[in-house]
Design a protein around this ligand. Structure first.
Ligand code: SAH
Length: 345
């Protein structure tokens, strides 16, 4: 590992200041910034509008840390999974999910995860560290390139549903989204970005105060405290009452619809009482519930509920005017589906 500073940790202002301090013009900073972000340059050599001396001076002072797609796997349904190597040799995964009209990038925010959801493969990896803004940004750029190459269109949507809990790496996630949405980065609309959280109440309120423009999804899975705590033990700390209060705050400030992710498991949350509790939990604001298919992660402790239970949920939600969709898994054959990201390759 190099001891030189990663140039991509600098803001545009800092880059401009660096050039001025070195007796050059501030706008060189803008040029370099454009190379680093808009053009995703991997080396100083390609920065052809700078003199050779300037490029050498930069290489003397800085490195450009860049992710590297180590392994790319393609599913029979078109889904692509990237195993992404970071500058310190740690690995995270990101996924490209194509439909007939969209390409969605599912990106990671941490190496591993500190939460302990019993049903999630990522939870079995210890949280090693937070991803830097550029490491999140690079995953998006890699998927955008793959989308152009294999599907002839740019990336259209981003979900923070890969490894990690985005709200426990909030500042870096926010900085990455700033770059993704900035015209000096990828220029994507924040409305096409969803940040998914297992529910960290304090950070949900902070997001509302920060007036963010992206969308929020909550991995709920149960609206009954005892049940939720048994499958998502951190619920003992961040209870449903606190979560709901934070979501209410979010809605009052943003007026932005909340999406809930929800898996129905046999013998865990598949009764009418569970569905009624879900309705009672999310009725306070316009909501959408995505019933996602369970992707088994080997130990057989959890099983997808019967179709009858799914229908009971959809009927109950629809009867209460809550939008509900049933989501089929994508990329299962390459362990790229929800909850399967575990660096197996
Ligand atoms: N930590 C954040 C981001 C991860 S998103 C969050 O929890 O929202 C990953 C999504 O997949 C979450 O909704 C999670 O609950 C869900 N998930 C985890 N394991 C799963 C599995 N085995 N099958 C289906 N969904 C799963």
């Amino acid at each position: 590992m190099s001891t030189k500073k990663d140039i991509r940790a600098l803001t545009k202002e800092q880059l401009r200041d660096f050039f001025v301090a070195n007796g050059d013009k501030a706008f060189r900073g803008n040029q370099v910034y454009e190379w680093l972000w808009q053009k995703s340059a991997h080396s100083f050599d390609v920065m052809t509008n700078l003199s050779k001396e300037t490029r050498e001076m930069l290489a003397h002072n800085f490195v450009i840390n860049h992710i590297k797609v180590d392994v790319m796997q393609r599913s029979s349904d078109g889904t692509i999974k990237n195993a992404v190597r970071l500058h310190d040799d740690l690995v995270v995964e990101s996924v490209l999910i194509p439909t007939s009209t969209r390409t969605t990038a599912c990106v990671s925010s941490q190496v591993g995860c500190s939460l302990d959801c019993r049903f999630c493969a990522t939870a079995r990896l210890k949280r090693m560290r937070n991803l830097n803004p550029d490491e999140i940004y690079d995953q998006v750029v890699a998927i955008d390139n793959e989308s152009r190459l294999y599907f002839d269109r740019p990336l259209s949507n981003i979900v923070f549903m890969g490894m990690g809990e985005p709200l426990m790496n909030y500042n870096n996630v926010l900085k990455a989204i700033d770059k993704i949405t900035s015209p000096e980065g990828l220029g994507m609309s924040p409305k096409r970005i969803i940040v998914s959280t297992s529910g960290v109440p304090k950070m949900i309120k902070k997001m509302a105060d920060d007036n963010v423009k992206f969308k929020l999804a909550v991995s709920l899975h149960s609206a009954v405290d005892e049940i939720r705590t048994s499958i998502m033990p951190f619920n003992a700390t961040f209870s449903l009452t606190d979560l709901r209060e934070a979501l209410q705050y979010w809605y009052e400030k943003t007026k932005s619809r909340i999406t809930y992710e929800y898996v129905v498991w046999k013998g865990i949350n598949d009764t009418q009482k569970d569905a009624d509790a879900l309705v009672a939990f999310c009725r306070f604001a316009p909501s959408k519930v995505n019933l996602i298919e369970y992707n088994p992660i080997d130990d057989g402790m959890f099983q997808q509920a019967a179709q009858k239970a799914i229908s009971m949920y959809t009927e109950t939600l629809e009867r209460n005017n809550i939008v509900v969709t049933v989501r089929r898994s994508r990329g299962k054959d390459i362990d790229a589906a929800c909850g399967q990201l575990a660096n197996k390759s």
